[in-house]
Write a protein that binds this ligand. Sequence first.
Ligand code: ZN
Length: 125
Amino acid sequence: MAMRKEKLARLKNDLLTRRENIVVGLRRSTEEWIDSEDLLQADSVDQASADTDRGIAVQIRNRDRVVLREIDEALRRIESGNFGECERCDDDISEPRLKANPSTTLCINCKAELESEGQRFSGRG
Ligand SMILES: [Zn+2]
């Protein structure tokens, strides 16, 4: 079930805009750190979170990186033509859902079903 081209183009545009905003934001925060302090050691999050301000900033950056990865993944799937389809039932995934969560591969129904199964079997984790 192929998604309509214009919907896909709209979502792609949206993703590219968001991607750019995140990249700009990450670059800016990095520059601020370079100005104010020694370079952040990107891999030592534990050490960084000892310093509260920095820790929060790192968390935000990490979250941005996660979103960035999700957006990249979504863009790849747009290119390969399987973006926006539920991998479980092949239904179209709704546009608002894709915007809220670009990396999703499940429609809302399947997601809800899997979640209720997950809760039944594994509880809180
Ligand atoms: Zn589904």
